[in-house]
Design a protein. Structure first.
Lengths: 85, 164
């Protein structure tokens, strides 16, 4: 299920507040570019949700809940960027 | 005092935040700044007394010194308004800011830490809520985040009020 417009708005606000606090380098990105990235990534993940779930080993797939799976995906993604993988 | 002279300077620690949607204090390399959100129209409020050397005829120009937290492109919009407190003029139990004057569509600096200066002019009289020499007033700055395009926070460094 895709995030609602309000949920995407809230995410965009949170993202900008976080990147502002970190003085992150977003190049020439405008507010609209950030929102477009959220829209695209949300749509991609929504379309690939079944594939992502199917990629998990059966034990973890069947035993872990959605929140545990999303936490693993979040931590794995962050780690991959941290180590430059 | 000749026109063109500085009347007042306000810095971030002088902010008297409104009851809601106030800009928040932050520090950038030990520089105090006021952060204005990119999604919510946030404001800062400063109280002053109109200096005795203001001529009372030429109006004033408000200079806004700001940097962007992370953005290096896009534009920013600022609104400025005056509230005359005066001598038995205003019951301060409620706000009474005059209509805003704006500086809009300013392209932000290409380096996020660079401080840009933009200005908003006010004619003497109703435009500045008829604030007279020796009277106290409040000056309200708002980032019109609902209209501008630059991402992330804007950081207010200082405000100068100059006789036009």
């Amino acid at each position: 299920m895709l995030l609602s417009e309000q949920e995407r708005d809230n995410l965009s606000q949170d993202y900008m507040r976080t990147t502002s606090r970190l003085h992150s380098d977003l190049g020439i990105c405008l507010k609209a570019d950030i929102r477009a990235a959220i829209d695209a990534l949300d749509s991609y993940i929504d379309g690939e949700a079944s594939s992502i779930d199917a990629s998990l080993p059966a034990t973890f797939r069947n035993e872990a809940g959605d929140s545990e799976k999303s936490l693993l995906l979040q931590m794995l993604t962050a780690t991959r960027y941290t180590v430059g993988a | 005092m000749a026109s063109g002279e500085t009347l007042l300077v306000f810095t971030p620690h002088m902010n008297e935040p409104p009851s809601s949607n106030g800009a928040t204090i932050d520090y950038r390399n030990q520089h105090p700044v006021l952060d204005f959100d990119a999604s919510t129209n946030e404001s800062a409020v400063f109280t002053g007394v109109m200096p005795r050397h203001y001529s009372g005829t030429t109006g004033v120009t408000v200079y806004i010194h700001y940097a962007m937290s992370s953005a290096t492109s896009g534009d920013i919009d600022w609104d400025v308004s005056w509230e005359r407190i005066g001598d038995q003029q205003l019951d301060i139990d409620s706000d009474s800011f005059a209509s805003v004057n704006s500086v809009d569509n300013t392209t932000v600096p290409g380096t996020s830490g660079n401080v840009d200066i933009v200005s908003v002019a006010f004619t003497d009289g109703a435009d500045m809520d008829s604030c007279a020499v020796g009277e106290s007033f409040r000056l309200k700055l708002t980032r019109d985040a609902s209209s501008d395009s630059a991402s992330g926070d804007a950081e207010l460094v200082a405000v100068e009020v100059k006789e036009t």
